[in-house]
Design a binder for this molecule. Structure first.
Ligand code: 13P
Length: 342
């Protein structure tokens, strides 16, 4: 019998663990590899991801891994399916199913995430291949008076249609409405991020309700409430934690089992510190953990640099970052821990 989506969702937000976002599209992983001077091929992508999935910290700290289509089908150098490595570490394999954020028609600079056509059939195949959760990322850009209501509504509606299709297929949807903090235009302060994030989340939960999505069987993946990267405004760790929790409490029903944040361009240590500070706040109805891409992988990617002889160094870097974030997932990270373990 298939595992209930509520049970899968609970495993994804298990105490002291979090999600590794390793679902960079072929275009995005090429950019990451360009930064370390490595040519992106099917084999180099496989080698890099195999290094991560065989890391010691996987079993201790990682509850789920988000994969890209290619990786879900790939085998390790010794012929073992990469999905099996993930399962062997006790983590749930997941799959990115959106087909990217495309220009929203008649709305300059705004994006709508596509990928609903044929999604029912793709989900059935992904389930066969071992995926038990999925991810769909909507992108909301703050730019002067934008986002428009049309952009927020269209993205929230697409997220709800995706989430319903996932649950029909026995797959937990990660619902990811990302209000961007990076990019040249992100000149907004923390208050504007708060307002737009609250508006977006309220719209998303209204659409999820209309679509009949079971909230106990989703994981929310939001941005934190932070000042835009180019705003010149600085916010303390405590301010980010307090505003993010206040915003989430106003918009996210307690029926949702867990919230797994994206890192969105924060530095590794900022992303960890913010998560830990949020977990130190009492009286929060959901698990709060990480679903980081860049903030979990940046150091490992550098240490590896595409060389077989650096695999152990890459794994050490990954182990360290994953352990720091696992501490943050229970509110127990500190700068002292960071220095001691480094
Ligand atoms: P970042 O943590 O790098 O923002 O990536 C998470 C993710 O999965 C974005 O969709």
């Amino acid at each position: 019998m298939s595992e209930r989506i509520e049970d899968i969702a609970n495993r994804m937000v298990a105490e002291g663990k979090g999600i590794l976002a390793a679902d960079e599209s072929t275009g995005t992983i090429k950019k990451r590899f360009d930064s370390i001077g490595v040519v992106s091929t099917e084999e180099s992508r496989r080698d890099y991801r195999e290094m991560l999935f065989r890391s010691e910290a996987m079993a201790e700290t990682i509850s789920g891994v988000i994969l890209y289509d290619e990786t879900l089908r790939q085998k390790a150098a010794d012929g073992t399916k990469l999905v099996k490595l993930i399962e062997a570490a006790g983590a749930v394999p997941g799959i990115k199913v959106d087909q990217g954020a495309k220009p929203l028609a008649l709305s300059s600079g705004e994006k709508i995430t596509e990928g609903l056509t044929g999604l029912r059939e793709r989900l059935a195949e992904y389930h066969e291949l071992g995926a038990r959760f999925a991810k769909w990322r909507a992108v909301i850009t703050i730019d002067g008076p934008r986002p428009s209501w049309n952009c927020v509504k269209a993205n929230a509606h697409a997220l709800a249609r995706y989430a319903a299709l996932c649950q029909e297929a026995g797959i937990v949807p990660i619902v990811e409405p990302e209000v961007l903090m990076d990019g040249d235009k992100a000149r907004h302060g923390i208050e504007r991020c708060y307002d737009v994030t609250l508006w977006t989340l309220n719209t998303v939960f209204s659409e999820l309700f209309d679509a009949g999505v079971v909230l106990e069987g989703i994981v929310l993946k939001p941005n934190m409430v932070v000042p835009g990267q180019h705003s010149g405004e600085k916010a303390s760790v405590e301010q980010v934690a307090e505003k993010t929790i206040r915003c989430l409490k106003s918009a996210v029903p307690a029926a949702v089992p867990g919230i797994a944040f994206l890192s969105g361009g924060q530095s590794d240590e900022e992303a960890t510190a913010h998560l830990s500070a949020m977990n130190a706040i009492d009286d929060v109805p959901w698990k709060l953990t990480f679903s980081y891409g860049r903030a979990l992988q940046a150091a490992a990617l550098q240490a590896w640099s595409g060389k077989a002889e650096n695999v152990a160094a890459g794994q050490r870097a990954f182990n360290h970052r994953a352990r720091m974030n696992a501490l943050a997932a229970t509110g127990n990270w500190s700068e002292a821990e960071e220095k001691q373990a480094a």
